[in-house]
Structures are given as C-alpha cells and as structure tokens.
Design a protein around this ligand. Structure first.
Ligand code: FES
Length: 101
C-alpha cells in the first residue's frame, strides 16, 4: 500500500472585517491568502507577487514565513506585519488579522 506523506497542518484563524475564518494549512502548501480565498473569506489582494501590499495583515499569534517581500519595511515585519500572498505557517497555530493595518 502506498502511504502518502501529508506534512503537519497548522490551525489557521483569519480575521477580516470582524469575521473569523478557521482552516488547516500545511507549511509547504498554499499561501495563507490562497487558502483563505478558497474558503470564500473576503480577503483583499491584487498582485499576489509580494509587491503591492494589498494583502497586508498582522500576525496576532504564532509565526509565518514569507517567500518574498518587496513591499514591507523591516519595522513593519518586526511589528508582525506580513504579506499574506507570500506567507506560510511555521507554528501549530497562527492567527492573522486583516483589520489591524
Ligand atoms: S497581493 Fe500584492 S503583495 Fe500580496
């Protein structure tokens, strides 16, 4: 029997316009933005290339890593801001707030 490895999923909570959305996501899977769009969360985005900053949100709990970041400065990253179109979870639980910008 073939056993497929699926990687460990993180529990993600995305808050946008006061609504909370919950889903699971693997570190090596879709970006947080794409996963949120897939469950019909009304999240903002434009370029999906790490350039425009439309998908900016704040990490309230947990940690993520970004593939690229051409829009946020160091201070913003230190404060917990991320480009969700480039972000993947790196902790068991991640809470992202789009209303905190
Ligand atoms: S959608 Fe443009 S930086 Fe993420």
């Amino acid at each position: 029997m073939l056993v497929k490895s699926e990687g460990t999923n993180s529990q993600i909570e995305v808050i946008v316009d006061g609504d909370s959305h919950h889903f699971e996501l693997a570190e090596n899977g879709d970006t947080i933005l794409d996963a949120a769009i897939a469950i019909d969360a009304d999240v903002p985005f434009a370029c999906k290339g790490g350039v425009c900053c439309a998908c900016k949100a704040k990490v309230m709990e947990g940690s993520v890593k970004m593939d690229v970041n051409y829009a946020l400065d160091e201070d913003e990253v230190e404060e917990g801001y991320i480009l969700t179109c480039q972000s993947h979870p790196t902790s068991d639980k991640v809470v992202i707030d789009f209303d905190e910008i």
